[in-house]
Design a protein around this ligand. Structure first.
Ligand SMILES: Cc1cc2nc3c(=O)[nH]c(=O)nc-3n(C[C@H](O)[C@H](O)[C@H](O)COP(=O)(O)OP(=O)(O)OC[C@H]3O[C@@H](n4cnc5c(N)ncnc54)[C@H](O)[C@@H]3O)c2cc1C
Length: 469
């Protein structure tokens, strides 16, 4: 049995939360069952853990057991004709891509890092730059095998177990362990996207561009300059991309980049650069944002340029090295999902409030979304605004206080938060945002399938426990 059962200090991905847990590495279903039995004997709770890339307390279980499912990473079957893959939950997005791109298939929904596990993607129901068009990750899950806390195994699909399937996807590991997923991949005709960028001098104009660009795009995402104020508040640019290239444009069949500089050379240089620039980070980002906006404003690219799909989709490894070296005390993220008609006013309100409080977001992203049928859905017909702040020993308290206030502003106006990226909501706010009926329905399923409350996380105790009747 590969159960180490080591007491370990875990953090969330942004390093803003720490947690002391007993970590077990499970390489098969037997290992999970043994870990659950051990936890029961010791009267400890249990939570599954993928790659630990959530920014929150979702995969942390202070004082309890965390079952690391990354060793369960076998591809169980692959049908290159239909694009259907069955995988264990610890298979990463990277492993899925490596197994499928040569046959002309690509994951339909991706985050900005390929290192996440597919079990973690289903349990969070992640969204991509095509969320307004393709919906969330769960829309491409054809079936799930799950292990319930009772030890019973079930196979769930949207056709057979509609309610439980739609609760397990986005269910945060609180109903059971996903032990395998059957996924429908998306056909790609080449290894490229054709991308173009348009600048907008204000938030209103930027949001309007989403409607203009959506019909001809497969992916849309906007960057905004968090330093811009007054009439330029929310200025930025939108990047629109379409899968494939225009006829005649050469594009390699592989979506993967050729490694120009070996990683072992690049990483020390990036770390050194991050260390030198850290003390002047804020003024430096201010200048870079001005240049970035000015450059793209002058050099609009209405005609698309071919870009390789993989580096278009994912941040490069050097970006993560820079991130780790630049933010030793972590990052705080705020990502609000707001209905379309309210987005401009509310986004302007939170951006201005943040600037007035003296906290400037270092990078800011806007995406478009649509509602979906999953029980704990966080997506709405509208937009999300993501703001990322440097966290330091000096600003941590003031920053948390401000973000709590911003969360309240959004929820009072009918917005929602994504539980992979929000650690500030209270249980009461969560109920208000996703609806008391949805939370009650989820808790009824929890009482039915996990009556002894074996599956718990820090997030569970923060958001759900107060409402369990
Ligand atoms: C750089 C970066 C960029 C990101 N970009 C995006 C983005 O663009 N869009 C987006 O939506 N998200 C994004 N994320 C968030 C990330 O996609 C999610 O947090 C995802 O859940 C991480 O997967 P993981 O394997 O790390 O899961 P973990 O963080 O380890 O776990 C997430 C949740 O899933 C549960 N879980 C894990 N495995 C299982 C299982 N087998 N069965 C049941 N429950 C399980 C855990 O208990 C936990 O509740 C990003 C994260 C990073 C670090």
């Amino acid at each position: 049995m590969a159960l180490a059962g080591m007491q370990a200090e875990l953090t969330n991905w942004t390093k803003s939360t720490r947690s002391s847990c007993y970590v077990y590495r499970a390489k098969d279903i037997n290992d999970i069952t043994h870990a659950q039995e051990y936890a029961r004997e010791q009267r400890l709770s249990v939570i599954p853990h993928g790659a630990g890339h959530s920014y929150t307390d979702a995969a942390l279980n202070t004082g309890g057991v965390v079952i690391d499912l990354t060793p369960m990473h076998r591809i169980l079957s692959w049908d290159p004709v239909q694009g259907i893959m069955r995988v264990e939950p610890g298979v990463t997005m990277q492993e899925l891509i490596m197994a499928s791109w040569k046959d002309g298939w690509w994951p339909p929904v991706t985050p900005s890092t390929p290192d996440v596990t597919l079990g973690g993607c289903a349990a969070m129901n992640i969204n991509g730059r095509n969320a307004w068009k393709c919906g969330p990750f769960g829309a491409y899950v054809l079936a799930l095998d799950v292990l319930l806390p009772s030890g019973e195994m079930l196979t769930l699909s949207p056709e057979r177990d509609d309610q439980l399937f739609h609760a397990f996807i986005g269910g945060l590991g609180l109903l059971g362990m996903i032990t395998s997923l059957t996924l429908q991949l998306q056909r790609i005709s080449s290894g490229c996207v054709t991308a173009h960028r348009r600048s907008a001098p204000s938030l209103g104009e930027l949001l309007a561009m989403f409607a203009e660009e959506a019909p001809g795009s497969d992916y849309l995402e906007a960057w905004i300059d968090g330093f811009a104020t007054g009439r330029q508040l929310g200025r930025g640019h939108i990047t629109s991309a379409k899968l494939g290239v225009a006829a005649g444009d050469g594009c390699p069949p592989s979506p993967l980049p050729k490694l120009a500089i070996p990683t072992r050379v690049e990483m020390p240089i990036v770390s050194l650069f991050a260390g030198v620039t850290r003390p002047a980070l804020l003024p430096m980002v201010h200048v870079v944002n001005r240049l970035n906006y000015g450059w793209h404003n002058r050099r609009q690219t209405p005609v698309g340029a071919a870009r390789l799909l993989y580096p278009y989709t994912f941040w490069p490894p050097a970006a993560f090295t820079w991130y780790q070296a630049t933010f030793p005390e972590g990052v705080e993220t705020f990502q609000a999902f707001v209905p379309g008609p309210d987005a401009k006013e509310l986004f302007e309100q939170v951006l201005s409030y943040s600037q007035q409080q003296g906290h400037i977001p270092l990078w800011c992203v806007i995406k478009q979304h649509r509602g979906d049928p999953f029980l704990l859905s966080y997506q709405v017909d509208g937009f999300s605004l993501e703001l990322n702040y440097q966290r330091t020993h000096q600003n941590a308290q003031g920053l948390s206080h401000m973000l709590q206030r911003m969360v309240a502003m959004v929820i009072e106006s009918g917005g929602r938060f994504y539980l992979a990226k929000d650690r500030f909501q209270t249980g009461e706010q969560y109920r208000q945002s996703v609806g008391g009926d949805a939370v009650d329905a989820f808790l009824r399923l929890k009482q039915r399938y996990d009556p002894e409350l074996l599956l718990q996380s820090d997030l569970y105790r923060r958001l759900f426990e107060p409402y369990l009747r």
